[in-house]
Design a protein around this ligand. Structure first.
Ligand code: LLP
Length: 420
């Protein structure tokens, strides 16, 4: 459920007709609904209430400072994967004690900064990384709390680029390797291994792979305890799928009902890392039609947003619903591809869609783009990244102004001057 509703033929975000936002802020424009964002956060919070988990929102899904602030104010922690994301959560005022840090390639300076900040823990992905954390923490005379990320080798049945928990993936440690590394960790003076972590993939619409993975993790936890390791945390990662089109993902309640019985007996503090579930359906991308070009077999609706604004269709063949924000023209539906202005055949937002007749200036909404939309935007073709607006009731606030060419050129012009 979300707060983007069509009323009398016109799309609203909460109490505001999105066309009013387009008029004021132009396109391409990302628009988010605060009520939707918070309601999805609360759905997870309520569903898992019996275990009072720390919900660490996955910053990579949408790292806008205002989104982070909104969630932090609800008590959310954050899951980060880079020094840049650490600065973002610090800037948003998120307490470091609610921050967990994953990723296979943490650099020494990144580890040092996170230790200085006092984050809750690192989710460690390999033996050399654990050694590096021990070394950096030693230099800083600190003890780093870590969880070892387990790769439980289950197929999450999602797109191959966003599955992460099989032995072919670069993420985490196999169970036998993890057992060995927990033993190593006990000998290290500057790490304290306090938990196990997993994240098996993204846009997972069935609870089954989670259950398989949790069963494997439970056996591991028992073995670790028998060997005398004092564990405190179980981090189940993120990945809960959402409805883009015809998916039927489990609700947060059904998800919790299925997994809580496996988690509760372990007696560990639960951490969750949802990204898409919280923010995915809280955002739409608005784009204006530039041209309608009639082809031999179909029409091309050429819009002012491209793969640099939303790369998911090009990268994963992801489906996002696309529709005009206002019904203005009547006529039969037409077969068309909705494409951007970028010089690549892979630059499309939707293929083989049936849309009503369109003309220059019409505005289309690309739905469910709150997660991994703006966060993956680039300047390809020297295009300026979109503005972002957050709506709350009948109020709208710009939470990222539209980029200018001066922003884009700043790092290069600076470099040219420094050379002289
Ligand atoms: N935790 C870890 C360690 C992760 O790597 C991820 C996502 C998450 C949590 C959050 O997953 P979520 O709940 O959002 O599914 N760009 C892709 C998705 C990549 C996900 C990467 N990791 C897409 O647009 O579908």
């Amino acid at each position: 459920m979300d707060e983007f509703k069509v009323r009398q033929g016109e799309l609203f975000c909460e109490e505001i007709p999105v066309l009013a936002l387009v008029k004021k802020y132009g396109t391409p424009l990302y628009v988010y609904s605060r009520a939707t964002l918070l309601s999805h956060f609360h759905k997870i919070q309520t569903a898992f209430a019996p275990l009072s988990p720390l919900i660490c929102y996955s910053v990579k899904a949408n790292s806008n400072l205002s989104i982070l602030k909104e969630l932090a104010a609800q008590g959310a922690g954050m899951d980060i994967v880079s020094g840049g994301e650490l600065v973002r959560v610090q800037t948003a005022g998120v307490p470091a004690a609610r921050v967990v840090y994953a990723g296979v390639g943490k650099t020494r300076p990144e580890i040092a900064e996170a230790l200085r900040a006092g984050i809750l823990m690192f989710n460690v992905e390999s033996e050399p990384e654990l050694q590096r954390i021990n070394h950096v923490a030693g230099q800083m005379k600190k003890v780093a709390r870590v969880a070892l990320r387990i790769n439980p080798d289950v197929d999450a049945k999602t797109h191959q680029y966003i599955t992460t928990g099989t032995k072919e993936n670069k993420f985490g440690l196999s169970i036998p390797m993890a057992l060995g590394l927990f033993r190593e960790a006990r000998k290290m003076k500057h790490v304290s291994a306090v938990g196990v972590h997993m994240h098996i993939g993204s846009q997972i619409t069935s609870v089954t792979p989670y259950l398989q993975a949790l069963k494997r993790l439970s056996v591991l936890v028992d073995e670790l305890r028998a060997a005398g390791h004092a564990l405190e945390y179980l981090n189940m990662g993120g990945g809960m799928g959402i409805i883009y089109d015809e998916e039927q993902p489990q609700t947060a309640d059904a998800f919790a009902r299925a997994v809580v019985p496996l988690i509760r007996p372990l007696g560990l503090k639960l951490i969750l890392e949802p990204g898409r579930f919280i923010v995915g359906n809280a955002g739409v991308l608005l784009t204006s039609v530039q041209y309608v070009k009639r082809g031999h077999v179909k029409s091309f609706v050429i819009v002012d947003a491209g793969m640099n604004d939303l790369i998911r269709p090009s990268l994963y063949h992801a489906h996002h619903q696309i529709f005009p924000v206002k019904k203005s023209r009547s006529g039969r539906l037409q077969l068309c591809d909705v494409v951007g202005p970028i010089c690549e055949s892979g630059d499309f937002l939707g293929k083989d869609r049936h849309l009503p007749p369109l003309a220059e200036g019409d505005v289309l909404a690309v739905r469910s783009t709150g997660a991994y939309g703006m966060a993956m935007a680039s300047n390809y073709n020297s295009r300026l990244r979109a503005a972002e607006v957050l709506v709350s009731g009948s109020k709208a606030a710009v939470i990222r102004r539209r980029e200018t060419m001066a922003d884009v050129l700043a790092t290069e012009l600076g470099a040219a001057k420094a050379k002289k």
